[in-house]
Design a protein around this ligand. Sequence first.
Ligand code: NOJ
Length: 563
Amino acid sequence: MASKAISKAWYKEMCVYQIWCRSFKDGNGDGIGDLAGVREKLPYIKSLGVDAIWFSPLYKSPQADYGYDISDYRDINPEYGTLEEFRQLLDEAHSMGLKVIMDLVVNHTSDQHEWFLESRKGADNPYHDYYFWRKGRAPGKAPNNWLSTFAGPGWSYDEDLDEWFLHIFTPQQPDLNHDNPKVREEVKDIMRYWLDMGVDGFREDVITYISKKDGLPNGFPIPVACGMEHYDFGPNLEKYLTEYRREVLDNYDCVTIGEAPMITPKKALRLIGEGPDKLLDMVIPFDHMSCDGFLINWIPVKFNLKKLKKCYANWQKTLYGKGWNMLYIENHDQPRIVSRYGSELYRAESAKMLAAAYMLQSGTAFVYQGQEIGMTNLHLQSLDEYVDFQTISTTALMKRLLHLSDKTLVKIASKASRDNSRSPVQWTGGKNAGFTTADDAWFRVNPNYPEINVEKDEKDPDSVLNFYKKLIAFRKDNPLVIYGDYKEHYRSNKRMFCYERRYGDERLLVVCSFSDIPVRFNAPEGFDLSDGECVLNNYPDPIIIENGFALKPYETRVYRFRA
Ligand code: NOJ
């Protein structure tokens, strides 16, 4: 059976490495990751076989939300380095064949951005309408009932103005008003500034939130993110994205990846559907990251493989030939995947299996710093140790509403908090995991660094790191992985994930056990394993039974078949 023709593009064939700079590598010995550290590690990044780096925000920022609160879109956070250093890094990356993707955060700015400082000077100030300033409903009462997605009020009051401003995230992140054409001009100028400098595209932060419903009506009363139905995929989203595309992005050979919480593949096609009206190249899906919890995973439940498989099949099938998938299992907002969908007990095995499970699907693959060595959650023992605003405000809200004890909250946060993936990258078994030469790193280093670190993995041919390298190289060498179609087998199996990829007369069969007990696998109809070549595996010798095997805990085996 011939596969549908799929249009090819460089961004479809990329593997992208995400850097959250503060915890990547400290180059100047002050305990904070920086550009000098990134430059030092460029050869390492290149050695992974990836094609691009996505930087979480590097811009000037008071760091209330670790860089997602920007006070100057045209400068680098002094803790990380200078603009000149960034230019050098960009040149070095390019000369090594690595593209550079920046985070574009334009749903909101920092409250220290000069636009906001101006805007709060008064209703006559030309910047006032850059933000959502409104009178309260009554003394002490916000303009509507919207709440932050970070568990807190959605509005803050300014006494001098006797007005409130909207912030969907922290109170230090006022929302920008894209309905104001001047704001849209600013956004376009920022895009041009970085694209003209040579960056290769943007990951666009919560881009589906930029258009708010006229009149800002009350939302359905829920304790977190109340009002979301009035700004998620708001009325002018497509109009504004069209403007950004036509007036700026179309003039550059760049890639755009839009963060889109709660989006479905069907809805995604409105933004990424291929053809002349395409607005973004990819969106960041979320549903596959909620198979072990509800409410942004703050209500943890047992991992549900069937749910994960359903999400994967939905995205793969709906988008095939029509739009492009973005594949990931970790980022700076997600706790470590081994501690969630895998097993810390079978850490290396499950890290490898999880990599094969997502990276062999169709789409552009992203890998988050530390994921490639199978870093685990941090498991902090006290709420006081958390530094992430979302964690602090969500645990406070849960305490207030549900009267949970600190002990319970510590347990929940150790599974759900974003801080789990923000601990410094473990480079060596030496002091501070080789992250910094300072006495202390800015944030707790995971105490398992003597066991889990890059140096150790580099020396071990069977390490998680070397598995990732093989997998990334395999993707690169096999258009089947990038462009092939997707078919799932054994959909209702709760312990095993098995899918097939087909491109021309080549087929790939990916088998993954998500279980710590043995699982029986028989090749699906039409596959004779003795005709296939095992191209990837995480255990040396399979236990063969007929045309299949007894999968060991978290075993993965990948077979290629050529006609
Ligand atoms: C999504 C980012 O990934 C997250 O880290 C940030 O807190 C929010 N957007 C607000 O910018």
